[in-house]
Design a protein around this ligand. Structure first.
Ligand code: 13P
Length: 248
């Protein structure tokens, strides 16, 4: 069965209720005919307003993180139940910015992923190497650890999405080449085949993320193992619709 392409935006800590609503209203008619799944992962406080704004369109709203506990004394955190209550479908887990600035580890990524799955949220699990890793030939080793620890105990791999985001390509304007992205994502799929089974690995959607934009999306999306994109900067403007319509 063919994998349905999936283009997701990550607004990071950008937008307000007003500007977000405006952008979604602009995007709605532009993405009407899209053949792919579409999500915008927005700051938690904007979720209710953006779910309302996106109603009746193909755009689903996602979150940018989720805590692993059901509830409890975790000041500042948000549980999967809370996200679900507001109509969230997807949740980004283990973004490199969370790993870099907020102490996220492969172990906490694993706990968050299991909690999201238990609550029927679709995790978008982010993995990726730093420039130093790539230059020292450690890319595959780093990705292997991220997958082995991050996805430990996952029963049905098809229920999640992987986003391969090389850290050196995020927000830098320096995209991985089509070949580099394809080669690495192919490696990830092969690794998933060994960890789970080949049949399931062939059905997991794997996105590319890192300076993906309206100009380079076509080439990346044409690669056989790339099933979508996780878009930062370009998801804050109308360009996002161009990426969603990459095949037009
Ligand atoms: P940019 O598209 O801004 O490089 O960000 C990518 C990203 O981190 C998406 O999660």
């Amino acid at each position: 069965m063919a994998r349905k392409p999936f283009i997701a935006g990550n607004w990071k800590m950008n937008m307000t209720a007003e500007s977000g609503k405006q952008l979604i209203q602009e995007l709605k008619p532009l993405v009407k005919e899209a053949k792919c799944d579409i999500a915008l992962c927005v700051p938690a406080i904007l979720i209710p307003a953006m779910v309302k704004a996106a109603k009746g369109s193909k755009i689903k709203i996602g979150a940018q993180n989720v805590h692993f506990a059901e509830n409890g004394a975790y000041t500042g955190e948000i549980s999967a139940t809370m996200l679900k209550e507001y109509g969230v479908k997807y949740v980004i887990i283990g973004h490199s910015e969370r790993r870099q600035y907020f102490g996220e580890t492969n172990e906490t990524v694993n706990r968050r992923t299991l909690a999201a799955l238990k609550n029927d949220l679709c995790p978008i699990v982010c993995i990726g190497e730093t420039l130093e890793d790539r230059e020292s030939g450690e890319t595959e080793k780093v990705l292997t650890r991220q997958l082995e620890i991050g996805l430990a105990g996952v029963e049905d791999i098809k229920k999640l999405v992987i986003a391969y985001e090389p850290v050196w390509a995020i927000g830098t304007g320096k995209t991985a080449t089509d070949e580099q992205a394809q080669e690495t994502i192919k490696f990830i799929r092969k690794k998933l085949g060994k960890m789970f089974c080949v049949k399931d690995a062939n059905r997991v959607r794997i996105q590319y993320g890192g300076s993906m934009n309206a100009a380079n999306c076509k080439g990346l999306m044409a690669q056989p193992d790339i099933d979508g994109g996780l878009i930062g900067g370009a998801s804050l403007k109308k360009d996002f619709a161009t990426i969603v319509n990459y095949n037009k």
